[in-house]
Design a binder for this molecule. Structure first.
Ligand code: IPE
Ligand code: MG
Length: 240
């Protein structure tokens, strides 16, 4: 298996950790118990990622559209993320994990915002793994903001280029994994996933293990990525 991991050792893996609620309901537990179990799966995933050649891990914690859920559930998810960050930041810093949080900050409860800022500060020097948590995040909003900043940085009348937008949005995703059995992207990393390999797993997120992650990376290395080119041929320089 080591050969697989050597093939590309700076992967950007994105995860939609879906299925927490159904997992809990199936066990007669409240949905919030699923989110708590999901936080454990996030911790295991972060620990396993660097050893599998993953350099960047973007995890969808809460989308802007999740505010449509009952307020108590949204607050429980936010509290779970805040507690996770507060509890794990010191260990993350020691393990070389840099944490950053994507998304809106103006709707976060004060305590969660403090945990976010503190986690970003204490882990800023991490170089082993970049953990990006998408919290109150919308890819469409992120794209609008990226376009606006790309336009702002140009002389009047010039339109932004792909490169300009790509720089403002962030790095491309290599592999996107969605657990929980549903097969869609939602409003998550829409630009960055243009050439991502997609993997949909039936496993509910609370059951996701380092073995699932390792198998996902093996599956990624089996895929032939052509970026619109032909099999086996070296790609010409991408359009800027
Ligand atoms: C995903 O699990 C976790 C978050 C959205 C934070 P869900 O809460 O969507 O669980 P299901 O899809 O209802 O099972
Ligand atoms: Mg869901």
């Amino acid at each position: 298996m080591a050969g697989y991991f050597a093939k590309q050792s700076s992967l950007h893996v994105a995860i939609v950790p879906d299925g927490n609620g159904r997992w809990a309901t199936a066990r007669g537990l409240p949905r919030t118990a699923g989110h708590r179990a999901g936080a454990e799966a996030v911790r295991r995933t972060i620990e396993a990622a660097p050893g599998l050649g993953i350099r960047t891990l973007t995890i969808h914690a809460l989308s802007c559209d999740n505010w449509q859920r009952p307020a108590a559930e949204v607050q429980a998810i936010l509290a779970c993320v805040g507690e996770f960050l507060a509890a794990e930041s010191a260990a993350a810093a020691r393990a070389g994990v840099r944490v950053s949080v994507l998304g809106r900050r103006d709707r976060l409860p004060a305590e969660v915002l403090r945990a976010v800022e503190r986690a970003e500060q204490v882990t800023a020097a991490g170089r082993r793994l970049h953990l990006r948590l998408a919290l109150d995040y919308s890819a469409r909003d992120a794209l609008v903001a990226a376009l606006a900043s790309a336009v702002d940085n140009l002389p009047r009348g010039l339109l932004p280029t792909r490169l300009g937008v790509a720089r403002a949005v962030g790095e491309d995703v290599d592999l996107l994994v969605r657990t929980g059995g549903e097969q869609r992207l939602g409003d998550f990393l829409l630009w960055e996933c243009a050439y991502a390999e997609l993997l949909f797993l039936p496993t509910p997120w609370p059951e996701f293990s380092p073995e699932h992650l390792a198998a996902a990376v093996v599956e990624f290395h089996r895929r032939e990525r052509r970026f619109g080119g032909l099999p086996g041929a070296p790609a010409n320089e991408a359009r800027a």
